[in-house]
Design a protein around this ligand. Structure first.
Ligand code: FAD
Ligand code: SF4
Length: 513
């Protein structure tokens, strides 16, 4: 086949879109597409086994779909005997084998991958990743020379630019850009989310499951029970299920958590969206039209669209603006190792045990579990940002560094000193009590802070504020917390500090809490 190929386009495992800009530069009659499963990508962090299944199975399905559409696809399986193990290696190998065709690629999701390809000794033609509303260059122009960025301002810009949820005069639909204040309801007692959409494993997926079981048995997380969409058609089914059954309540209960309810009213679409099985513009248009047809309240529609064209585009922009230096930021100088309980789920802290065990089982936790439970604990306990970032990158099916890193390092750990967000999302156990039913089932008491059975979040919250007073004491958004600390009598402050020290020492000694 070699001499006939004029151009070779490399399609990565998170670029499985038919309208990738790369395809504009290729001609199915004369060019070829290269797709490769490589161990370097499967192993650079210990990915959840279901995440590897998702990516490889979706890649195999996508390759078949491209062939059906007339494309010539060179597909390298993980267990192919001459697989070089890296993307740059495969690109070099096929470039030579095909007689040196021109090489075409879309911008990569991760800086690490793009750097390896750019420095791999081949001449490459790059194409913008137009799956995002805001390109890297447009974001850099918006950011200009600002020392701090704010998502809310960026989001308004994206609303204006996309025309989503606007009045005819260009103002925000309903008179406000943001209905977040309506989106913090606790779940009524006994309420449950809808039955989740599940997808049966076909022959291709079963083959990949067997391969992953053989090759990646040492990775954390359960392999059995994989039920995610792996084709565009399945991803659409998942999306329609969300529109019908969950979106109407998405806004109200966006921040709620409940025992045994991993998904509640969340869409569970992030993995499919991030690898290219769903299209951002279609999702937003569907949500807007569901609202305009009276099927969905405005707080739900606006809340959902804000996550997509606000937060998701914002973190993507920050990642590409600030990498590679961003990954090394650590303004609090945290050095604590990640406690083993993050990998095992074994802890008597009920909220943590729930969030971590469902993560190991499903490769999924919703935003508030990631931010206010596992993230909050890592922040308060002073875990090294690189260690907690690696955990988030490994355990979630939707985790790709461009979206994981700013969320973890910036939003959760505040390790960028407030570049991404104006304050750390630190909270005591009271927040978790208000937004969940976990505390009633916990061995710790959320109404206590210094006793042996006191909720660890409580003393660690005050300990965090005390140890970072120099850095955070003048932050207006933490003024109330510092005023409360100021008002406490000395013995209370000393007891909180001591209990915090004790808990941190137990973590350092390898205890699970
Ligand atoms: P829903 O709650 O239904 O939200 C809808 C969509 O909005 C999501 O699918 C996602 O595409 C988007 N979205 C919502 N919040 C964010 C956000 N903060 N940043 C970017 N997109 C957002 N999301 C990832 O896709 N990959 C990650 O690796 C990832 N790591 C995270 C790490 C931490 C510490 C935190 C706090 C958040 C992280 N998020 C990540 C964002 C968010 O938690 C997930 O997108 C969401 O939980 C996915 O589930 P869902 O599809 O049910 O989302
Ligand atoms: Fe979590 Fe504390 Fe509530 Fe236990 S008491 S579930 S540790 S917030």
């Amino acid at each position: 086949m070699s001499d006939a190929v004029r151009r070779l386009g490399l399609v990565l495992g998170d670029q499985l879109s038919f309208d990738l800009s790369l395809f504009d530069a290729l001609d199915p009659a004369r060019d070829a597409v290269l797709m490769a499963e490589v161990s370097e990508e499967a192993c650079y962090v210990p990915h959840h086994p279901q995440k590897i299944v998702l990516v490889f199975s979706a890649m195999r399905h996508f390759a078949q779909a491209l062939e059906t559409r007339g494309w010539r696809v060179i597909y390298v399986r993980l267990d192919a005997p001459d697989n070089s193990g890296s993307l740059a290696g495969e690109l070099r190998r096929w470039h030579a084998a095909l007689g040196g065709p021109a090489l075409h690629l879309s911008e990569c999701g991760e800086w690490r991958v793009e750097e390896a390809l750019r420095t791999g000794g081949l001449s490459l033609n790059w194409h913008v990743d137009r799956r995002f509303l805001c390109s890297r260059e447009e974001f850099a122009r918006w950011a200009g020379n600002r020392r701090q960025l704010r998502m809310e301002l960026f989001y308004r810009e994206m609303r204006r630019r996309s025309g989503l949820l606007l009045e005819p005069d260009g103002g925000p639909l309903g008179g406000s850009w943001n209905f977040d204040a309506d989106n913090r309801k606790a779940l009524p007692k006994g309420a449950r989310g809808p039955f989740p959409a599940r997808f049966r494993q076909d022959v291709i997926t079963r083959e990949v499951v067997a391969l992953v079981g053989e090759r990646f048995a040492s990775h954390y997380g359960r392999l059995e029970g994989f039920d995610y969409p792996v084709t565009h058609a399945e991803a659409q089914e998942l999306w329609q299920h969300f529109l019908e059954f969950s979106l109407p309540s998405f806004g109200d209960y966006q921040d709620a958590m409940a025992e045994g309810e991993p998904y509640l009213f969340h869409a569970r679409i992030s993995a499919a969206l991030n690898i290219g099985l769903l299209d951002l513009r279609q999702l937003c248009a569907d949500v807007e039209s569901a609202h305009r047809q009276g099927q969905v309240p405005l707080n739900a529609a606006e809340g959902f669209i804000r996550q997509l064209i606000g937060w998701r585009e914002y973190v993507h922009g920050i990642y590409w603006l600030r990498m590679p230096d961003y990954a090394a930021l650590n303004v609090f100088g945290n050095r604590r190792a990640l406690p083993e309980l993050y990998w095992s789920g074994r802890t008597e802290m009920r909220c943590m045990a729930q969030a971590i065990s469902q993560t190991l089982e499903l490769g999924y936790a919703h935003h508030i579990q990631r931010l206010m439970v596992t993230g909050n604990f890592a922040l308060l306990a002073g875990i090294a940002p690189s260690a907690i970032c690696e955990w988030y990158l490994a355990v979630y099916l939707d985790a790709f560094e461009w979206v994981e890193l700013p969320n973890t390092l910036g939003m959760v750990m505040h390790a960028d000193g407030g570049y991404l967000g104006s304050k750390p999302y630190c909270a005591s156990g009271r927040y978790i009590q208000r937004m969940s039913d976990h505390c009633g089932a916990c061995r710790y008491r959320v109404d206590r802070a210094t006793e042996d059975d006191a909720c660890p979040f409580n003393s660690l919250y005050w300990h965090f504020l005390m140890r970072h007073r120099d850095h955070l004491g003048r932050n207006p958004r933490l003024a109330m917390a510092y005023r409360n600390l100021q008002r406490m009598d000395e013995s209370r402050v000393a007891a909180l500090w001591q209990r915090g020290e004790q808990l941190l020492a137990r973590l350092d000694a390898g205890e699970a809490l």
